[in-house]
Ligand binder design. Structure first.
Ligand code: NAD
Length: 275
């Protein structure tokens, strides 16, 4: 594949760029994921709450691509936290996907008010020990949640999937992850295609390289070492978003993008979400 792989802290390799399917209805997911697989994507990011694990699984089955060449991520929804509930929810996700293992299973949000994420993660450790998730990790965890998890459980999460784009650069989380061998995966890497792709600095860098703003933003992530999972249902954009391995941003470009950080979230605050 044209997408380079990175090696996670447990030795498992994962494509640095994958395909996200949030907000893709189940009956359109098979088509979108099929288009992505044809374009060369090998990593797919879904979640129980997206309600498209079935369509995602159908596209995987129809693709004829060997299972071990794919990297499938799904996530446990907040209402299913707790040890036994998590084990049941995992079975249901596998069933909908039509798979006998996932490559990566994530706790979708910490939901600190429920105080169940360490129990939940202990169920994930069992699933991992059984080989039914090749890797386990978390999403939307703040450093304080990771700190506690590291103290109370034994398998270091391979990654933390957090909101991250040039207007929310997450320096503190990224530094924490680096210190603990946890990779940073960026959700909404394109800022959900809202204002970010029209920011003059990004448009100017795109023009300089003869690329699109989306490609410049994805390149920025990749050069920072982030794992990215851009989403699109438009075939030309699905293609465009993977065609980012034949150019490079220079130090001036990176400095210009570094200056765009506003520390502003598009999504919820993990400290309180799900309460
Ligand atoms: P994104 O940043 O990937 O933006 C997607 C939107 O940007 C598209 O709907 C489209 O409008 C636009 N777009 C895509 N490609 C484009 C292009 N080449 N040119 C112009 N516009 C383009 O946003 P996202 O879907 O929120 O995030 C990506 C993935 O991250 C999701 O699909 C999901 O898998 C994951 N995610 C996870 C969480 C979490 O809590 N863990 C939350 C949100 C998203």
């Amino acid at each position: 594949s044209k997408v380079p792989s990175i090696t996670l802290n447990n030795g498992v390799s994962m494509p640095q760029l994958g395909f996200g399917v949030w907000q893709v209805p189940d009956d359109e997911a098979a088509k979108a994921v099929g288009t992505a697989l044809e374009a060369g994507y090998r990593s797919i990011d879904t979640a129980a709450i997206y309600e498209n694990e079935k369509g995602t699984g159908e596209a995987i089955a129809a693709s004829g691509i060997a299972r071990d060449e794919l990297f499938v991520t799904t996530k446990l929804w907040n209402s299913e936290q707790g040890h036994d509930a998590a084990l049941r929810a995992f079975d249901a996700s596998l069933d909908r996907l039509g798979l006998d293992y996932v490559d990566l299973y994530l706790i979708h949000w910490p939901v600190p008010s429920k105080d169940l994420y360490t129990d939940t993660y202990k169920a994930f450790e069992k699933i991992h020990a059984d080989g039914r998730a090749k890797a386990i990790g978390v999403s939307n965890f703040l450093p304080e949640h990771l700190e506690r998890l590291l103290g109370e459980t034994s398998v270091v999460p391979v990654l933390n999937q957090i909101e991250l784009h040039p207007q929310l650069q997450q320096a503190e989380s990224r530094a924490f992850h680096d210190r603990h061998g946890i990779r940073t995966e960026a959700w909404s890497p394109l800022g959900q295609g809202r204002g970010l792709l029209e920011v003059p600095t990004i448009v100017a860098v795109a023009r300089k390289h003869g690329r699109t703003p989306a490609q410049v933003v994805l390149r920025w992530h990749l050069q920072l070492g982030n794992i990215v999972i851009p989403k699109s249902v438009t075939p030309s954009r699905i293609q465009e978003n993977i065609d980012v391995f034949d150019f490079e941003l220079d130090a001036d470009d990176l400095a210009a993008l570094a200056a765009l950080d506003e520390g502003k979230r598009l999504g919820p605050d993990p400290a309180v979400f799900g309460a």
